[in-house]
Write a protein that binds this ligand. Structure first.
Ligand code: ACM
Ligand code: ZN
Length: 704
């Protein structure tokens, strides 16, 4: 039996176990519930069962929730006099579940009926999500009798959708909102503007979608080396909210009505939609339409507006006013990331602004941009979120920091008494590949598999800073967690879902389930079951049962004779560093960044000297490099190996050169190497990347 088949059979057996005569238990739920106690017996929850709601002290309007119950997967119908007795009985209101945190519920599944208590509709809503998952997991819709007490760990359990690099239509977004609700996720961060397009039609700036929502290209745009941004006017007959693609022109945008529909649909599923309007950088599309917003003169950086001019501020203030009117969200995201300071450093108007505002450098100028927007946002009773660069140059007020460059920004923001949302690229960037790159579609980076995503503990780095348990106040500053799906490489709706699921399951469980309750083996089994449920709903998922996993050569020692070897690396400027990791006997894994098996090589002439400790017979010499042209990472074409017995006299080793296909954009691992027949103690490798634009990674100097 092949491993894939074995896993599929094992998963089926597991499901059969979970759905035994006693019914499916809460154990299969993602995210894991806070606590449950099984009891004797089971109940079959048929589609179309009757429900009742008693809500004597509820302050909320229940009509939306009742309508949801009828249309959701359970298709519940309101109990009527003379009709069938209610099977699902809700009690909603502060007295139904006293002292309950937001979104909490308790549920008793009995042999005859199911009782759900919640202080607010949102809690009852999540009880329904649990029932939907449990009934879908059981072929006979049979549920084990039990009591569940459940409440989320964090208030922010989010996903960010980048609909700029590749556009996704309104209906697709609605479909994802249902999926998010099922996972207990409650924040959709909507990335609506960026370099490649502007996706929101506003009355104050109608020219933006007319001129910057369509282009001739479907992929990678500005990231791909040398590729110019090409935008086209909106095509005749375009229907807002849909993806337009006639083979030559591609793109789309949302009308305000589309957005209102998305917000209402999300609200019915306890999800807030947080808009992101990027500034001051990531604005190539804006500057295409409004070149007058640039710094005057030559532009080293094409995507940052002039912070010395008033016009771009007036533009964004109007945009944000209209956005705040449209989106009820308490939080507004203004980006703030990756804004180069190069133009500002030489612009006389920017210099004037710094002088008149008493700003000491361009970092404080960035901070000026953010504070100015924050003032406006606060004046509307709302709060600003920005990427962690908003900490540079000082951050005042009550801004919330979204930590993306690893966890450092979040840790720093907490130490400065700001609220944080943890979405570190090291764990939660869902545009990174999730399995061996040879079997995956092109991804922005390798390699972020499910177990790594699941393994992230949002309090860990902050606890390290404070040297142990966090105070209640500090813990409360961690609002929650969020997965980000950037879409440079994500070209279609199904590809988008494929990148999201099941990794979003892992983020959902971290965001919801109690600290310390996670168990990867159980989670993975449950994720296979939930993936099947998603597939039945027409949602594409990565197939966990076919996961190849980490590179085998990174897990098995490939050379023993280098066990006591030492290596040093010298760059062109004479800097010498220990490079013993290059002779540790292990090749690199799929992940380059953050891996201790790969060494990033600077753009320079490089010499690596290996000392085996004593002279020995050698029959193979090689070196392994990463090659990913689309990420400006190249393996060197010219490698020179020499060997020596005494460390003074070196002789060439006849090892073939690499042949690199310059047009290849995919990720590859390449080895320059070959058989030799020699005796040596010292091996020297030299190469030069030979271009200003690229760097490379090396995992090993292989000697056998
Ligand atoms: C980001 O990934 N630039 C927030
Ligand atoms: Zn300027």
């Amino acid at each position: 039996m092949g491993i894939k088949h074995f896993i599929a059979v094992a998963a089926a057996a597991l499901l059969a176990l979970a759905a035994s005569a006693e019914g499916v238990s809460p154990r299969i739920i993602i995210p894991q519930v806070k606590s449950y106690t099984l009891s004797e017996g089971s109940i079959v929850l048929e589609k179309g069962a009757a429900f009742s709601i008693s809500a004597t002290d509820a302050k909320e309007d229940l009509s939306g929730f009742k309508a949801y119950l009828e249309t959701c997967d359970l298709s519940l119908i309101p109990a009527a006099k003379g009709g069938p007795k209610p099977v699902v009985r809700f009690k909603i209101g502060p007295k139904a579940l006293k002292n309950a945190p937001k979104d909490a519920y308790s549920m008793v599944i009995g042999r005859k009926d199911i009782s759900i208590c919640a202080a607010e509709i949102s809690g009852a809503f999540y009880a329904v999500q649990s029932l939907i998952k449990m009934t879908a997991a059981s072929p006979g819709r049979r549920l084990a009798c039990c009591r569940i007490d459940d409440a989320p760990r964090f208030s922010h359990r989010g996903l960010m959708f980048d609909v700029v690099r590749h556009f996704h239509g309104k209906d697709f977004i609605l479909k994802q909102l249902d999926a998010m609700a099922l996972l207990g996720m409650n924040k959709l961060h909507f990335h609506l503007t960026d370099n490649e397009a502007w996706r929101l039609d506003l009355e104050c700036a109608p020219e933006m979608v007319r001129k910057a929502a369509f282009g001739d290209s479907k992929w990678f745009n500005t990231i791909f080396p040398g590729r110019p941004l090409t935008l086209a006017d909106a095509p005749e007959g375009y229907v807002p909210g849909s993806v337009y693609d006639d083979g030559a022109i591609y793109g789309g945008y949302y009308s305000k009505d589309d957005i209102r529909e998305i917000i209402a649909y999300a609200a019915a599923r306890n999800i807030d939609v947080i808009p992101e309007i990027e500034l001051p950088g990531h604005n190539l599309a804006l500057l295409h339409v409004h070149p007058e917003f640039f710094c005057d003169g030559e532009h080293m950086v094409p995507d940052v507006f002039c912070a010395g001019k008033e016009a771009p501020f007036v533009f964004f203030e109007k945009v944000l006013e209209e956005v705040m009117d449209l989106f009820p969200s308490r939080y507004i995201h203004i980006g703030g990331d990756e804004a180069s300071k190069d133009n500002w450093s030489v612009c006389s108007r920017c210099a004037e602004r710094m002088h008149s505002e008493g700003l000491k450098d361009v970092f404080e100028l960035q901070s000026y941009c953010i504070r100015r927007m924050e003032k406006l946002i606060n004046a509307h009773g709302k709060r600003l979120i920005g990427w962690d660069e908003i900490l540079e140059g000082g951050l005042s007020g009550n801004a919330t920091v979204m930590s993306w460059r690893g966890t450092a920004g979040g840790v720093k923001a907490i130490s400065m008494a700001h609220d944080v949302i943890m979405s570190p690229n090291t764990y939660y960037y869902l545009d990174y590949g999730q399995d061996a790159p040879y079997k995956e579609p092109l991804a922005f980076r390798t390699y972020l598999p499910l177990d790594v995503v699941y393994g992230y503990e949002p309090e860990a780095d902050i606890e390290a800073l404070y040297g142990g348990e966090l105070s209640q106040e500090t813990r409360a500053r961690i609002l929650g967690v969020q997965g980000n799906l950037w879409s440079e490489c994500v070209v279609s709706d199904s590809h988008f879902e494929y990148m999201l699921y099941p990794r979003a399951f892992a983020i959902a469980e971290t965001g919801w389930s109690p600290k310390g309750s996670k168990d990867y083996e159980t989670f993975r089994e449950n994720a296979i079951i939930l993936s099947r449920i998603f597939n039945e709903k027409g949602i594409t998922t990565f197939d966990l049962t076919g996961e190849a996993g980490e590179r085998r050569e990174a897990r098995n020692e490939i050379s023993r004779i280098t066990r006591s070897a030492k290596a040093v690396m010298r760059t062109g400027n004479g800097k010498e560093t220990d490079a013993s990791v290059l002779v540790d006997g292990y090749l690199g894994g799929w992940a380059l960044k953050g891996s201790d098996l790969w060494v990033k090589i600077p753009k320079s002439e490089i010499t690596i000297d290996v000392d085996l400790g004593s002279a020995m017979d050698i029959h193979y010499i090689g070196a392994e490099f990463a090659d990913h042209n689309a990420r400006r990472c190249r393996a060197p074409q010219d490698t020179e190996f020499t060997t020596s017995v005494d460390g003074i006299n070196y002789v060439p080793a006849q090892v073939p050169q690499l042949r690199i296909d310059e047009s290849s954009t995919s990720f590859a691992i390449r080895t320059a190497g070959g058989t030799v027949s020699t005796r040596a103690r010292y091996i020297r490798l030299r190469f030069n990347l030979g271009s200003e634009k690229v760097n490379t990674y090396i995992s090993e100097v292989i000697v056998n």
